[in-house]
Ligand binder design. Structure first.
Ligand code: ZN
Length: 274
């Protein structure tokens, strides 16, 4: 696992002289600019440099200076050792759709209108069928936790694993889609071991007291507190308005075999071992 960090500042001449002497991937420009780097020697040099004691004249840090974790990269070994994953990939992201659109208002029930947690789907989705390429089997909507698969693929690959599905309606015809189904993803039987981890960044909602967790990938994904059998499920916890879809190793292997998923860390995020 390698963490990467994001830097931003209104860099001055002396800042870019220093930064550009370090051999970053590209030159940092004068004025407002940002860059990301992996943790390591250069990262440590930058942190040390901008953490020096205040000099007699001028400021150590430029205006607007920000340094924060941006993402985390995982090795093949990290993936190999993970008993299950947060499923990020396998689906094409369909844009231009949001469950918060007025036309979908009666589709959902939100437990808390403030932070809009615990989104319950009250009726079938209704929208135009997207066109997926031959190599793609699935798509997701605005949020990553509503997954749709090609109907034939679902029958062949997912149904044997006990994954449920429901219809959706093609908006133009008002009829059930013949091409795709929406997966029914049960809620995980256990909460995540997430308190105090890198993902535990947000405050409690002032209205319902529930927490949202970081949408970024800041570390290994937290494991479930208690183990239980599943192939696909949604976390109990919310991450910036959506739940995370978790997938078993067995079903992961099956999707890899079908080549609708890649064994890479931007599609599969490994779980921390306790
Ligand atoms: Zn709330």
């Amino acid at each position: 696992m390698t963490k990467t960090y994001y830097f931003f500042g209104e860099w001055r001449k002396k800042d870019i002289d220093f930064l550009n002497s370090l051999g970053l991937d590209r030159d940092v420009e004068l004025g407002a600019d940002s860059f990301s780097i992996r943790e390591g020697e250069i990262y440590s040099k930058i942190i040390d440099h901008f953490s020096k004691k205040k000099p007699l004249f001028g400021k150590v840090r430029p205006e607007g200076y920000i340094c924060r974790p941006s993402t985390t990269l995982f090795s093949k070994q990290d993936l190999d050792e993970s008993p299950y994953f947060w499923l990020r990939g396998a689906a094409v992201h369909i844009t231009g759709f949001s469950p918060y659109d007025a036309k979908y208002e009666d589709m959902f029930d939100f437990e808390c209108s403030e932070c809009r947690t615990a989104r319950k789907q009250l009726q079938h989705y209704r929208f135009s069928e997207p066109k997926l390429g031959k190599k793609n089997a699935a798509f997701v909507l605005h949020y990553q936790d509503d997954l749709f698969f090609k109907k034939d693929f679902y029958e062949k690959v997912l149904h044997p694993y006990g994954v449920g599905c429901q219809d959706y309606i093609v908006a133009a015809t008002g009829k059930v889609s013949e091409s795709y189904v929406q997966l029914e993803l049960p809620i995980a039987k256990s909460p995540l071991h997430i308190e105090g981890t890198a993902y535990d960044t947000e405050e409690h909602c002032g209205t319902c007291g529930r927490k949202q967790y970081s949408i970024q990938i800041l570390d290994f994904f937290p494991p479930f507190k208690e183990s239980f059998d599943f192939h696909l499920c949604k976390t109990q916890e919310m991450f910036g308005g959506s739940q995370r879809v978790m997938i078993s190793r067995e079903l992961t292997e099956r999707l890899l075999e079908e080549k609708v998923l890649k064994y890479v860390d931007y599609q599969l995020v490994p779980i921390a071992s306790i």
